[in-house]
Every structure is written in C-alpha cells, then in structure tokens.
Design a protein around this ligand. Structure first.
Ligand code: FES
Length: 322
C-alpha cells in the first residue's frame, strides 16, 4: 500500500537501503537495514512505515517482510506513471547503499484472531497481507487467498504466497479467470475474518458484496482516500482543546489539523488524506463526521477518536484531548 505526500511523522530514524529486487514487472521490493546492523523496531502484520523521498516528500508503504526478521524491513513499490515515488525508485536516486529516513511502524490494519481467514488482494495490495498469511499459518489457522491480477505473470509475490501454507487462487482478468466478487462472497462462513487490499474497484466490490456480513468481519486497507459523496458540504464549527484550554474556529474550507497547527498546537501528520492514521486524536465530546479511510464502522460509531486531517464535526463543537 502506498499513499500520498505530507510532512514527516514525529518519530523517524535513518536506515540503509540494502537491496532492491524485481518481484513482478513494474514492482520492486526494497530491503532496509539499520546502518549499524542493529535490530529495527518491531512491527505487526498489517503495519506500514513512512518513507521520506529524496525530495522530502513522504509516502506510506506496507511492511511485507517477516516480522520475525528483526534486522530488516521490506516494502514494495509499483511503477506508477507520473508517481513521485516511482520516479525515485524505478528511475532514479534510490539505489542500494543510499541512506533514507523511515518512520516507526504504525498499524491501522490490525490482524486479529479468527477461526479462518479470507484474504482478497489486488496486485500490489498483496503486501500488507503477506505477514498476515505467515502469522495465520504459524497459528495453525486455515486461510485462503484470492489474488486478483490482470495476468498471473504480473502478480507480485505470488511464488512467496504459495509457500506460506494456505490455499492460493489466482484470478487473472485478462486470462479468463476474473473473480466474481459478489458470487464468491455471498456466503459469510462462520468465524471467517476477511482482509482486503487492492485497487478501489476491487475494494468497493468487496465492500458491496459483504454488506450483510457481521460487523467487523471485513477489513480494508485503502491505497487512496475513499470517494466522498457528491455535493458533500463542509460547515464551520469550533474545536475546544481540553488540555490547552484553547478554542479554535474551523472554517468550511480548512481542516482541523491546519487550524490546530496554525494556532501552535502541533499534531503529527503524514498523508493529510485520512489514510495513514498519524493524526489520530482522542475525542472527548461532540459527534464526529468521519471522513477518513481507516476507521471501521464500529470505531466510527464509538466516536472515541478521529483523523483530524480530514474528519470534521457533525454539530457546532468538538472537544478534543489536546
Ligand atoms: Fe494521515 Fe491524517 S495525516 S490520516
């Protein structure tokens, strides 16, 4: 998974790009190690890191290596036409031996216990799912991967996925085996937890097909912000910061994050699009208009936290634990 630009997160460190490996046409994996070879901060399946590009822009990438391998992190970067990260990784300045700045691992795509897992991946969306497959096999839990791609030869990490101990089915749209999402997901087998990551069209299809599944049994990792309703209106409201005692007005065309920063209340941020989780803040009072692509429906209903880069207030006032 990768996301768009922003400022570097609050906690970061430098690491050495040790090697780059072709995983499929247009997909390179990058292995990072500490400059002195020490262990890197631990991560859980589903975690991502911030990578600061040579021009200072930051992108988020899922960690797709083995969490038990403590001395290296692996991410994968797809060659996207016009993509900034593509330019550096596939045609430019990021080469083995270069030192980069990484953020500490963060996890918005938590891997929870279940009696069976169903993984649905589209292309490079396989990356956050690989550590989950390893963890599921290590726990002796059966799992199935539905891997959607245009052509089987273009599916990154397919050979690796096939060694991880589950049932792997490839659905290649240009080879006559496109996944019929609605048909395949009509049944919600008891105890199944579904994790999905891939292009918007696939994720939206999975979301639509699983609307009748039990709450919180289907989890998504969005590459890009989810589409907002057409004609969505943003009103002004006030944010009271309980710790500082400051009250800030948020006009319709500004975000809470921007207004907080403008008033000297610094909240770490990265993507500024509601997809990385860096700017999550605790809500003490008021109802949130959640506009992020991270929180589940249960977490939204709980109204305990919000992503202040995109989410707003439903009413006239929010009280935040800031
Ligand atoms: Fe990424 Fe807000 S900065 S979710």
């Amino acid at each position: 998974m990768t996301a768009a630009a922003g400022q570097a997160g609050a906690q970061s460190f430098t690491a050495l790009l040790r090697r780059m490996t072709w995983e499929a046409p247009g997909v390179l994996s990058l292995d990072f190690e500490a400059e002195d070879g020490r262990e890197l901060p631990p991560f859980e399946p589903g975690s991502h890191i911030d990578l600061t590009l040579p021009d200072g822009q930051v992108r988020q990438y899922s960690l797709c290596g083995d969490p038990a391998e403590r001395r290296s992190y692996r991410i994968a970067v797809r060659d996207v036409k016009g993509g900034r990260a593509s330019r550096f990784v596939h045609r430019g300045e990021l080469r083995p031996g270069v030192t980069v700045t990484l953020g500490l691992p963060r996890n918005n795509f938590r891997f929870d216990p279940a009696s069976r897992y169903l993984f649905v991946a589209g292309g490079i969306g396989i990356t956050p799912l690989l550590p989950m497959m390893r963890a599921a096999s290590a726990a002796g839990t059966p799992w199935t991967l539905l891997f959607c791609t245009k052509r089987e030869a273009q599916a990154p990490f397919l050979a690796e996925a096939r060694t991880l101990g589950g049932e792997v089915t490839v659905h290649a749209s240009e080879e006559g085996t496109r996944l019929d999402v609605a048909e395949r997901l009509r049944e919600a087998p008891a105890g199944t937890l579904l994790y999905c990551c891939g292009p918007d069209a696939l994720m939206s299809a999975v979301e639509a097909a699983t609307g009748h599944w039990q709450p919180d049994t289907v989890r998504f990792e969005w590459f890009t912000p989810r589409a907002r309703p057409e004609g969505e209106v943003s009103d002004s409201f006030e944010v009271e910061c309980a710790q500082s005692g400051m009250t800030i007005s948020v006009p319709p065309d500004r975000s809470i994050l921007e207004m907080l920063n403008e008033h000297g209340i610094e909240v770490p941020c990265s993507c500024e699009q509601g997809i990385c989780g860096t700017c999550e803040v605790t809500v003490l009072e008021g109802e949130v208009d959640h506009r992020d692509s991270i929180l589940s429906s249960a977490e939204r209903a709980a109204n305990q936290t919000m992503m202040c880069c995109v989410s707003r207030a439903k009413g006239a006032r929010l009280v935040l634990d800031l």
